[in-house]
Design a protein around this ligand. Structure first.
Ligand SMILES: Cc1cc2nc3c(=O)[nH]c(=O)nc-3n(C[C@H](O)[C@H](O)[C@H](O)COP(=O)(O)OP(=O)(O)OC[C@H]3O[C@@H](n4cnc5c(N)ncnc54)[C@H](O)[C@@H]3O)c2cc1C
Length: 404
C-alpha cells in the first residue's frame, strides 16, 4: 500500500477495541472516518476478560457476542487468597439496579477483528499495515502520514494502545509506579481438572491473590484457560516462563488446577505498563483507551472503559465537527477521570492484603456493600448512588502522581 491520499472528518490511529468502537460510533452519527492500523488482523492481544457494562455498549454499536465462537459467557468473578483459599465470588447479576448481569471472556485476536470489520461494515475506511509515523496539527486540522501515504482530517484520535503514539511524542506520558510492574502469561489446554471445573467451569474469571501480586485464570472456552502472573517486584533475570512455572509449582491449588494440561501459547511478558497521559487532548486531537491511561489489569477494566469512553468521545467529536470549533473536552475528560480514578483507588487497595481480607471479603456479609462493589467490578461506574465508589473517589492516591 503506497501513496494513499485520503480526506476524512476524523482520522483514528489504531484499530483495537478503542479505535474500532470509536469508528463505529462516529459512523452511526454520520461522520466520515478513516482508521489506520499498523498490523494485519487477526493478531494476538492480551486482555481477554470483559466487564458486563461492555455488553450493552457493544450492542448500541450493533455488535452482539451471544453465540460468537470466540466468546465465553462470564457470569461472575471469583477472588481467592493463596494459600488459605479464602474466597469471595462476585455475581454480576447481583449488582445495583441497571448493572448489566453478565459479560464475556474473548479471544482478543478474533474479538478485535470482529470490531474492526463491524466498523468497516458501517462505512469506516479501515487500512491495515498502515503505521502512522508523523502527526502534524495546524489550525484547520491534522495530517497523519507513513510509508502508505497520508490522511488529512479535521480531527484525529490516538487509539494506539500502550504505544500511546501521541503522548510519547509529546513526552507527556507519566509512569504510575504504585501497581504491578510486570505481567507474564500464557494459555493452557485442555484444562479438565475437578479444581478448574469447580472454580471456572461456569465461565467466571478467577483472580488469585499471591505474595507480591496476583494471578488471572480466564476460561476462554470450556477447556482453554489463559493464565497470567502480575508481580509488583519482578526478580531480575527471571523469564516469563520461569516466573509463571514457579508460581504454579509453588501452589498446590494451581498444580491441581492445571493437572494433565499443556501450554498452547508462547510465554509472553509486558513490563512497566501503568501510566497516564498528562495532555490527552489538544484543539484537534484526542486520545482514547490505553493511549490515554493504562492501569494494572487486576479488574479487567481496560477494554470496557475503552469501548464505553469511545462512545462518549464520538459525541464530543461530532459536536466539534458540527460547530467547526476546537474540541471541547471538559465533560469527556471528567467522565474518563471518574472511571480511571475509581479503578486506580481500588487497585491500590488490592495490593494491601489486610484491606482485601478486612474490607473486601467482609463485604460478602453486607448486601448493599456487596452490590456496590459488584457494580464497580462490572464497570458500572458512571452513576451517583454508589457509596463505595464515592468513598474511593474521595480518597487520595497513597503514593505517586494522581491521574489528571
Ligand atoms: C497483562 C495485561 C492483561 C490485561 N487483561 C485485561 C483483561 O482481562 N480485560 C480487559 O478489559 N483489559 C485487559 N488488559 C488491558 C487491555 O488489553 C487494553 O485495555 C485494551 O487492549 C485497550 O484497547 P485499545 O484499543 O486502547 O488498545 P489496543 O488494543 O492495544 O489497540 C491499539 C492498536 O493500535 C495499533 N497501533 C499502535 N501504534 C500504531 C501506529 N503508530 N499506527 C497505526 N496503528 C498503531 C496496534 O497495532 C493495536 O492494534 C490487559 C492488559 C495487560 C497488559
Amino acid at each position: 500500500m503506497v501513496n494513499l491520499s485520503i480526506r476524512a472528518d476524523v482520522a483514528v490511529v489504531g484499530a483495537g477495541p478503542a479505535g474500532s468502537s470509536l469508528a463505529s460510533f462516529l459512523r452511526l452519527q454520520g461522520a466520515s472516518v478513516v482508521v489506520l492500523e499498523r498490523e494485519h488482523f487477526p493478531r494476538f492481544h492480551v486482555g481477554e476478560s470483559l466487564l458486563t457494562m461492555c455488553v450493552p455498549a457493544l450492542r448500541r454499536m450493533g455488535v452482539s457476542l451471544e453465540g460468537a465462537d470466540f466468546a465465553n459467557m462470564k457470569p461472575g468473578a471469583l477472588f481467592m487468597l493463596e494459600p488459605t483459599r479464602e474466597r469471595l465470588r462476585i455475581d454480576f447479576s447481583r449488582g445495583l439496579e441497571g448493572t448489566f448481569p453478565y459479560a464475556f471472556q474473548v479471544e482478543r485476536a478474533h474479538f478485535d477483528a470482529a470490531l474492526a470489520h463491524h466498523a468497516e461494515a458501517l462505512g469506516a475506511d479501515v487500512h491495515y499495515g498502515a503505521q502512522v509515523r508523523s502527526w502534524v496539527e495546524d489550525a484547520d486540522g491534522v495530517c497523519l502520514s507513513g510509508e502508505w501515504g497520508s490522511v488529512r482530517a479535521q480531527l484525529a484520535v490516538d487509539a494506539t494502545g500502550q504505544d500511546a503514539f501521541f503522548g510519547r511524542r509529546q513526552r507527556t506520558v507519566e509512569q504510575l509506579e504504585r501497581f504491578g510492574r510486570a505481567a507474564s502469561f500464557t494459555t493452557f489446554a485442555p484444562v479438565r481438572s475437578a479444581t478448574a471445573r469447580e472454580c471456572v467451569g461456569n465461565g467466571d474469571i478467577l483472580i488469585l491473590l499471591v505474595p507480591d501480586g496476583w494471578m488471572w485464570l480466564i476460561p476462554l472456552s470450556r477447556e482453554r484457560v489463559s493464565v497470567g502472573l502480575v508481580e509488583r517486584t519482578p526478580r531480575p533475570g527471571v523469564s516469563a516462563e520461569q516466573a509463571v512455572s514457579h508460581a504454579i509449582e509453588q501452589s498446590e491449588f494451581l498444580v491441581d488446577f492445571f493437572a494433565n494440561s499443556n501450554r498452547v501459547q508462547p510465554f509472553r511478558r509486558i513490563a512497566n505498563y501503568s501510566y497516564y497521559n498528562r495532555t490527552p487532548s489538544t484543539a484537534r486531537s484526542a486520545t482514547v483507551g490505553d493511549a490515554s491511561v493504562f492501569l494494572d489489569p487486576i479488574f479487567s477494566s481496560g477494554v470496557t472503559v475503552a469501548v464505553t469512553t469511545a462512545e462518549m468521545l464520538a459525541t464530543t467529536l461530532v459536536a466539534s465537527l458540527h460547530s467547526g470549533s476546537p474540541l471541547e473536552m471538559k465533560e469527556y475528560r471528567a467522565a474518563c477521570l471518574k472511571a480511571y480514578t475509581t479503578f486506580d483507588r481500588l487497585i491500590e487497595r488490592f495490593y494491601r492484603p489486610e484491606w482485601v481480607q478486612n474490607v473486601f471479603f467482609s463485604a460478602g456479609k453486607d448486601d448493599r456493600m456487596l452490590r456496590e462493589f459488584t457494580a464497580i467490578l462490572a464497570g458500572d461506574v458512571w452513576r451517583d448512588d454508589n457509596e463505595v465508589q464515592r468513598l474511593l473517589l474521595a480518597s487520595a492516591a497513597r503514593t505517586g502522581p494522581e491521574i489528571t
